[in-house]
Design a protein around this ligand. Structure first.
Ligand code: F6P
Length: 542
């Protein structure tokens, strides 16, 4: 049955109508203890969802919707290796990557856990060798810089996690990330590096992604221009991929390849060998902690009752705003500079997973799906776009994320940071007192409040807790995709642009006539003119 016409959906519609005119402040007046009552704590993660436009009845109805949609069965199907990615004929088993070594998870009758552990052990040996200097460059020098070349899920996860965990990373190694086909990205990443002490990790599930292969080829040329001997590639390039054939075709020794599998989606692949650069940075034990944290959240998602289940609740609250209050966007506001790449990571996770208008049965969906996810760390955002959050005409539910204990000794900074986080959620929910002063300014200075937010607090930002929070959002996205009935694990919407870009690239380099619409033809023409006049190339890396 389509979610739209289900009894719980109808009940939520009528409940929404009943709530029109009720303010968040009214809800706190009726239930003064609502803050603690609407807080869930699990293994170092706290979710306070009290500053939402919800009552206990709302939560009951949302849980009923999840039950009607058989969310619990969906969760079990995912963990059990069912073929949930229907359009690509694949299981969805990123959770197996962080399962304990003794677990049994089967895909087509084959237990995948020993394969996962085998690759993890190889990664650990390699990471330890790079960190200790046992793995060295072709000229015998110690590796000082690791450059991960990948894009999308082969970049955003490790890049975000490395930023988050730099305080846990080795000072002896610099880790950089290159993703964009824009050559400035590679040129900047290579700037100042010594080829003799640089290791490239080429990360691509398919190993056919144009951006990654183009960057990897240019990096190889950069290396060979300095060290000369093609045999050096074996000491300076390793690959992470699910496609051994393409890795070999590229010229990377399969012995230097770390494998993962087609049942790991790109945006869910941080836990696989795609995390190699992070493991080299923070060490094998730190990476095991990241996996353990994610596994802890997996256990919570799988076993906690729906009404006390953090990812389920976050997902249902998102459905509530997206479908019953027409919220088009969702802000994610980490009050921690180390999480500065989390919003970008969550954009891919959420929007590539659930930005769909066709359901699992191939029919048009009848309701809104993934919101636009965006955000910046606090307090920077406060001095930029918070004006709109407080007084604009767009309704933006927000997730605030704070970390109780920082990894620096600047106590006043942290007190101020956390004070700002709490102040913002308070101001958004309750608004301000009626302004005084000149009457003509009062309307401008009024803070209406009644703008909802969740607050997520982490005990600290360790690999373990980072693992938890990423898995939390993965499962939130799963919950929503399941409710909306879409396949959260394919991404057909990215294909057309790739095909057209290849065609236009071929036209540009072959100087062929452009056969597109008049706008595209004219734009290509302008580029051709600029391309063919004047010198434009500088040497990469200088
Ligand atoms: O184009 C989108 C996408 O397929 C993402 O889903 C994926 O994370 C990214 O490209 C990179 O793919 P790959 O790891 O195969 O290079």
């Amino acid at each position: 049955m389509s979610a739209v016409f289900s009894p719980a959906w109808r009940q939520l519609e009528s409940h929404r109508n009943d709530l029109i005119g009720t303010r968040i402040s009214d809800l706190f007046e009726v239930h003064p203890n609502r803050g603690p009552e609407m807080t869930i704590e699990y293994d170092g993660v706290v979710l306070d969802y009290s500053k939402n436009l919800v009552t206990a009845a709302t939560i009951d109805s949302l849980v009923r919707l999840a039950e009607e949609r058989q969310l619990a069965a969906g969760i079990e199907a995912m963990f059990g290796g069912a073929n949930l990615n229907l359009t690509e004929g694949r299981a969805v088993l990123h959770t197996a990557l962080r399962a304990p070594a003794h677990a049994v998870v089967e895909v087509d009758g084959h237990n995948v856990i020993p394969d996962i552990q085998r690759v993890l052990e190889r990664m650990e040996q390699f990471a330890a060798a790079v960190r200790s200097g046992r793995w060295h460059g072709a000229t015998g020098k110690r590796i000082r810089a690791v450059v991960n070349i990948g894009i999308g899920g082969s970049d955003l996860g490790p890049a975000m996690a490395y930023q988050a965990l730099r305080e846990h990373a080795s000072d002896a190694l610099e880790v950089r990330y290159v993703s964009n086909i824009d050559g400035h990205d590679l040129a900047r990443a290579l700037h100042g590096l010594d080829p003799a002490t640089t290791l490239f990790v080429v990360s691509s599930k398919t190993f056919t992604t144009v951006e990654t292969l183009t960057n990897a080829r240019a990096a190889r040329e950069w290396l060979l221009a300095a060290v000369g001997d093609p045999a050096a590639v074996a000491r300076h390039f390793v690959a992470v991929s699910a496609n051994a054939r393409e890795v070999a075709a590229f010229g990377i020794d399969p012995g230097n390849m770390f494998e993962f599998w087609d049942w790991v989606g790109g945006r869910y692949s941080l836990w696989s060998a795609i995390g190699l650069s992070v493991m080299i940075a923070i060490g094998p034990e730190g990476f095991r902690q990241l996996l353990a944290g994610a596994h802890s959240m997996d256990r919570h998602f799988r076993t906690a009752p729906l009404a006390g289940n953090i990812p389920v609740l976050l997902g249902l609250l998102g459905v509530w705003y997206r479908n019953f209050w027409d919220a088009q966007t969702q802000a994610v506001l980490p009050y921690d500079q180390r999480l500065s790449r989390l919003p970008a990571y969550l954009q891919q996770l959420d929007m590539e997973s659930n930005g769909k208008s066709i359901d699992r049965d191939g029919r048009a969906v009848a309701m809104g799906t993934a919101p636009i996810v965006w955000g910046e760390p606090g307090t920077n955002g406060q001095h930029a776009f918070f004006q709109l959050l407080h007084q604009g005409t767009v309704f933006v539910p927000c997730d605030f994320i704070g970390v109780l204990k920082p990894d620096h000794g600047l106590a006043e900074h942290h007190d101020l940071l956390m004070a700002n986080l709490f102040a913002q959620t308070e101001a958004l929910a309750f608004g301000g007192p009626e302004p005084d002063g000149p009457s003509e300014l009062r309307a401008h200075r009024r803070f209406p409040g009644d703008r909802p937010s969740n607050t997520i607090l982490l005990a600290s930002l360790t690999p373990y807790l980072l693992g938890q929070v990423i898995a939390l959002y993965e499962h939130k996205v799963f919950t929503q995709g399941w409710i909306w009935g879409v396949n959260s694990f394919d991404q057909w919407g990215v294909e057309l642009g790739k095909v057209l870009a290849t065609r236009i690239f071929e036209e540009i380099v072959a100087e062929d006539e452009s056969k597109h619409d008049s706008s595209t033809n004219a734009l290509i023409g302008r580029y051709r003119l600029a391309r063919n006049t004047g010198g434009r190339h500088r040497k990469v890396g200088n």
